[in-house]
Ligand binder design. Structure first.
Ligand code: CP
Ligand code: NVA
Length: 296
């Protein structure tokens, strides 16, 4: 794998993704066996966050400890990226201090600008348009559970940062993906990714091996929440939807979930749900990304 950054999955091939999954599996097994892997000994990772996070921040921080390195959490309120100081000046400063940077930003273009001025690897920890670490962990989890690529994934809800990255990995791995949303939300640019569009959620989940959903209003879209709650009300993942898919369908959600909106409690806590295994895999897959981008 010859990448400097992980900004989107656009330039990651199937071979790159498979290589990351192989390393993630090894790291997961090593951790379960209590083996120390100090691949990133004395390496440092800055994590610049402009939006809240539970999973991304914590899984990267713990991952760095497992790999023998150290991480520094930096909030936008403290550094004022793009107001107290330009993005390019910050990128040049961080390039002198640390060995890698994770950025969670409101604008994807800010992460790109940072990377263009950085001599160290930059990892996208979520932007308005992409969530590559999530997409990798999602498909890693699907393969771990289903042990096959001959699968259908039905994504029920808003085509957003999470589903765009999921679509990218599914496309590369040859997994069928269908997006189901109200008609006006189906009119998005798939940017060359192979995916199906289906307005009827029941039809979308027919023969599905995986049902995936995410919030209807992402961070930054809070003012649209009430409108979207009405528009997406028929797209909640509930028991009826689960029963309309294959018997052994998996339920997935990147989390945080707004229980009672895009998913019911009974589905979140039910026997089909793998959401916490999926969350755990964020850490294993991100450790593989760190090793590949920051290891010697
Ligand atoms: N799925 C995810 O990225 O969670 P956080 O926003 O809590 O990091
Ligand atoms: N689409 C959600 C994902 C959160 C992990 C958001 O951007 O808020």
């Amino acid at each position: 794998m010859k990448h400097k950054h992980l900004l989107t999955l656009d330039d990651y091939s199937r071979a790159d993704i498979e290589e990351l999954f192989k390393v993630a599996t090894e790291l997961k097994i090593n951790l379960q066996q209590g083996k120390d892997i100090d691949t990133l000994r004395k390496k440092t990772l800055a994590m610049i966050f402009e939006k809240p996070s539970a999973r991304t921040r914590t899984s990267f921080e713990v991952g760095m400890v497992h790999l023998g390195g150290h991480s520094i959490f930096v909030q936008q309120a403290e550094i004022g990226m793009n107001n107290r100081e330009s993005i390019s000046d910050l990128a040049k400063n961080y390039s002198r201090f640390v060995d890698g940077v994770v950025i969670r930003a409101k604008k994807h273009s800010d992460i790109v600008e940072f990377s263009e001025n950085s001599s160290i690897p930059v990892i996208n920890g979520l932007s308005d348009s992409h969530h590559p670490c999530q997409g990798l962990a999602d498909v890693f989890t699907i393969l771990e559970k289903k042990k096959s690529l001959d699968l259908k994934v039905a994504y029920i809800g808003d085509y957003n940062n999470v589903s765009r990255s999921l679509a990218n990995v599914c496309h590369k791995m040859g997994i069928e993906l269908v997006i189901s949303s109200p008609k006006k939300y189906l009119d998005f640019d798939s940017e060359g990714l192979s995916l199906g569009r289906e307005e009827d959620p029941i039809a979308a989940v027919k023969d599905a091996d995986v049902i995936y959903t995410d919030v209807w209003a992402s961070m930054g879209q809070e003012d649209e929440l009430e409108k979207r709650k009405k528009e997406f009300s028929e797209y909640a993942v509930n028991d009826k939807l689960i029963q309309s898919a294959k018997k052994d369908v998996l339920f997935m959600h990147c989390l945080p979930a707004r229980r009672g909106e895009e998913v019911t409690d009974s589905v979140m806590d039910g026997s089909h749900s793998v959401v916490f295994d999926q969350a755990e895999n964020r850490m294993h897959v991100q450790k593989a990304v760190l090793v590949k981008l920051m290891g010697n």
